[in-house]
Design a protein around this ligand. Sequence first.
Ligand code: NAP
Length: 311
Amino acid sequence: MSVNILFSAAQIRWVQYEATLRGLLDKSGIDYVLATELPPQEVDYIVYAPNSDVQDFTPFRRLKAVLNLWAGVEDVVGNPTLKVPLARMVDKEGLTQGMVEWVTGHVLRHHLGMDAHILGQDGEWRAGVPPLSAERPVCILGLGTLGMACARALRHLGFPVRGWSRTLKTMAGVDCSAGEDGLTKALDDAQIVVLLLPDTPATQNILNATTLARLAPGAFVINPGRGPLIDDAALLAALDSGQVAHATLDVFRTEPLPASDPFWGHPRVTVTPHIASETRVSSASAVIVENILRGEKGKPFVHLVDRAAGY
Ligand code: NAP
């Protein structure tokens, strides 16, 4: 009997992924069917994007696992019809590397005050040498796959890095803290805060009026995590008061960001269109196929989502 794999994501993803997935599956030697339409009762695995047509998993009676193409699972993790393991995307060569580059770029932009020189071509000879990285504490909220990789890169550049997670981590050169009590330690007087948390009930509005006030005056906020992590009204107030000097936001509560949103055109907000990092086809396909092969060999799946924790 063949292993039947349903690819359930936007048509453009099928165009991008089909040949690479087939190449890897051919090499694996398993007898498989890979298609965008299959009778639900015959499907073994779903390669999945949470915005796909499949929202009710009940008819998939022989399903072994759902393999998410994205790192974020907030739109599928609470689906009560999903009774089989859910794996998320951990794509170190592609997604993680892309995030390290994006975060490092935006941290350095604010650290070096690049805007003043890039945008300030107005004939004014501006004085002011930026501090060195050692004088600029950075806080990373979320020390998972992406947060840890960014913490490591920023540490190598010389920034004093604090990281915060749900369970305590140990990382050379990074001041780690965890849980509610650890949050203030991570935030206190940080000059740059990077959000790399998942969107769960416990993380929503984690950056709010109270937590923003813990940062150093004139801090920079960088959010490539998820929009609901930030209380938008509190951030706008902090920008108005100068408590936050600039916010670089890649993710929003509503995407695409509506034209009427006050973040658009705000002089101290940079909006990027959820492009901080993307799953890359070749490395992500290898992760998907690895999990299918694990399932077929009776080995445990990798990158499983903790459904109770929500990520
Ligand atoms: P991950 O490996 O699951 O890491 C999540 C981190 O958040 C972990 O350190 C976890 O703590 C921490 N965390 C979760 N809930 C918490 C809580 N209540 N209190 C404190 N810490 C908490 O996820 P990842 O792969 O690094 O990805 C992080 C997020 O980035 C994704 O969920 C997604 O939303 C976002 N993302 C965005 C883009 C983009 O292009 N903008 C691309 C990819 C991903 P523990 O370590 O204790 O579990």
